[in-house]
Design a protein around this ligand. Structure first.
Ligand code: PEP
Ligand code: MN
Length: 338
């Protein structure tokens, strides 16, 4: 944190700020410029932010320079975190292609999607059993039955399962069947859920909410890591802007920003970003080119009849061609698949 003094602030005013900072157990570093004096404050963030520095005489403004997150920051850990999910890796040069339906509808459906994924080189499968739907009247997912279908499709294909958990009370059950627990965009800042997931003993895929900044996303991840779970995969899935041509606006800059600020892997979700299948390939390629550690993409054997997110789902018949392009670029970017 930096305290910028007013032009013409007196030596007494500067000394007073320094005294208050030191009283609180932090240290103050005074830098006298030609016109203004700046005081750098170093110490525990909680403690420092509680100081009413802006109210002290002679103070112009206070600027926070400390990052509000620690454990997920690059400063804390320089090397990329690599997460190993049943032998399939993500992060630190390892690329994940995670494909499957928005929601689990039948065993045949989820198996068909998983098999098509496997054939085309996907490294994990996805599918929702607990669905966060905007309308309470829309299909809410198959719940426990869906989890069992996912686990059976994993047994049949060997692909690890990524699935969403919405309720802290379901964490244990979902962790029993799934390999990676997804936090949906609507729950990015559900802090009780995040803390619970910090104790789940399984990797977490944390989506960025449509109104969540990159810094807030990293703070959400900090909630999980703080509880002892260091295996968090971040996911950019589009944010809400004034643009209506796409379901959300794919914020490709989040990818390099996260990679600079954090050691955690980040994947992109072109399906929820675009909301339409014809944009899924270009957005995927953009994400990979920006340095993403993977892609989470929705596929369906028959998108026309999907109970959820059909318009943005790639037909499984078209998945091999898609995967070839995405994995080709990932390799060109120097990544190892899985
Ligand atoms: C999903 O992955 O199907 C989903 C509900 O995504 P989001 O939380 O990003 O809307
Ligand atoms: Mn979906």
């Amino acid at each position: 944190m930096m305290v910028i003094m007013r032009e013409g602030a007196t030596e007494e005013e500067v000394a007073h700020v320094v005294a208050r900072v030191e009283e609180a157990g932090a240290s103050a570093h005074v830098s006298r410029g030609e016109r203004v004096t700046v005081i750098g404050v170093i110490g525990d963030r909680e403690l420092v932010t509680q100081l009413p520095l802006e109210a002290l005489p002679g103070v112009e403004r206070v600027v926070a320079i400390l990052k509000p997150y620690k454990l997920v920051s690059r400063e804390f850990r320089r090397e990329d975190t690599v997460i190993d999910v049943r032998g399939s890796r993500v992060g630190g040069g390892h690329f994940a292609l995670i494909a499957g339906p928005c929601s689990v509808e039948t065993y045949e459906q989820v198996l068909a999607a998983a098999e098509a994924g496997k054939r085309a080189g996907a490294t994990m499968m996805r599918g929702g059993a607990f669905k966060p739907r905007t309308s309470p009247y829309a299909f809410q997912g198959l719940g426990l039955e869906g989890l069992k279908m996912l686990a059976a499709a994993r047994d049949a294909t060997g692909l690890p399962v990524v699935t969403e958990v919405m309720d802290p009370r379901d964490v244990e059950t979902v962790a029993e069947y799934a390999d990676v627990l997804q936090v949906g965009a609507r729950n990015t800042q559900n802090f009780l859920l995040l803390s619970e997931l910090g104790k789940a003993g399984k990797p977490i895929l944390l989506k960025r909410g449509p109104a969540v900044t990159v810094e807030e996303l990293l703070m959400a991840a900090e909630y999980i890591v703080k509880e002892g779970n260091r295996e968090v995969i971040l996911c950019e899935r589009g944010i809400r802007t004034f643009e209506t041509a796409t379901r959300n606006t794919f914020d490709v800059s989040a990818v390099p920003l996260v990679k600079m600020a954090s050691h955690l892997p980040i994947v992109v979700d072109p399906s929820h970003s675009a909301g339409r299948s014809d944009l899924v390939l270009p957005l995927s390629l953009a994400g990979v080119a920006a340095g993403a550690d993977g892609v989470l993409v929705e596929t369906h054997p028959n998108p026309e009849h999907a109970l959820c997110d059909g318009p943005q789902s790639l037909p499984t018949a078209a998945f091999a061609e898609y995967a070839e392009r995405v994995l080709g670029l990932a390799r060109w970017m120097g990544k190892t698949i899985g």
